[in-house]
Design a protein around this ligand. Structure first.
Ligand code: SAM
Length: 231
């Protein structure tokens, strides 16, 4: 798979990747990482966690990858064809403010994305998806429909439970990604957080949705989310 360090893209083979990744008990995979800020934030605050930022576009990742600590890794790949080297690696996945094909795949119950998410996550892994309400409005997708559609994608990916809550300007301002800040200070500072847990055993029950408060979800994601610090 292709890994980026500053201006340079290298091929990282499975053996070298696993030798490095096996030093960490927890692995965060940030899909659609953009400029890689969230990966950097996590890697700096959690030296014991391997933080992997993945995006289809290499350019955005160049700057962060140059200054990243050894527990951060940046990959250039399409989320709809996740590298097979990542199989069963992630204890935690984030998809923050997706757009383009990544957003469409979440909303269209794309089988390739679901299969990829299922393949890269360990049983018990958590997944956080943050959606930009403005981006949903632009494509004519009401928040309730987005919730239902994402829920179906996650069910196909082996996730058993989903919690959801709204994000306002306060939450967006303190969340350490560039798009969270952009949204927070923009005209329509509204987001939607969907949190799900990869079932240890995928039961054939419908995936439930519970509406939760931001405080309760903050508790769930507390290890990765550091509201006081921006990267
Ligand atoms: C609005 S940006 C959000 C970036 C970052 N997560 C943040 O919160 O600042 C959406 C990102 O999704 C990436 N993206 C869109 N479709 C993708 C795909 N199929 N595979 C990988 N990345 C994709 C884009 O390249 C872009 O960097």
């Amino acid at each position: 798979m292709d890994t980026i360090y500053g201006k340079h893209v290298h091929v990282l083979d499975a053996a070298n990747f696993h030798a490095h990744a096996s030093r960490y008990r927890e692995v965060l995979l940030d899909i659609g990482a953009g400029d890689g800020r969230y990966t950097l934030h996590t890697a700096r605050r959690r030296p014991e966690c391997h933080a992997i930022g993945l995006d289809a576009c290499a350019d955005g990742l160049r700057k962060s990858s140059r200054t990243a600590p050894p527990n951060a890794l940046y990959l250039v790949a399409n989320a709809l064809a996740l590298p097979k080297e990542l199989a069963n690696i992630a204890s935690h996945v984030t998809i923050n403010f997706p757009w383009g094909s990544l957003l469409s795949a979440l909303l269209d119950t794309d089988q390739a994305l679901a299969a990829g998410l299922r393949a890269v996550t360990r049983p018990g892994a958590t997944l956080e998806i943050r959606l930009n309400m403005g981006a949903l409005a632009e494509i004519g997708c009401p928040p309730e429909a987005a919730r239902d559609q994402v829920r179906r994608t996650l069910w196909n990916a082996g996730f058993s439970e989903m919690r959801t809550c709204s994000l306002g300007a306060t939450e967006l301002r303190t969340f350490p990604t560039t798009w969270a800040k952009r949204l927070a200070y923009g005209r329509d500072p509204r987001g939607l957080l969907l949190w799900a847990n990869r079932a240890r055993k995928h039961r054939h029950e419908p995936l439930t949705t519970r509406y939760a408060s931001i405080e309760s979800l903050r508790g769930q994601q507390g290890v990765y989310y550091a509201p006081k610090g921006a990267a």
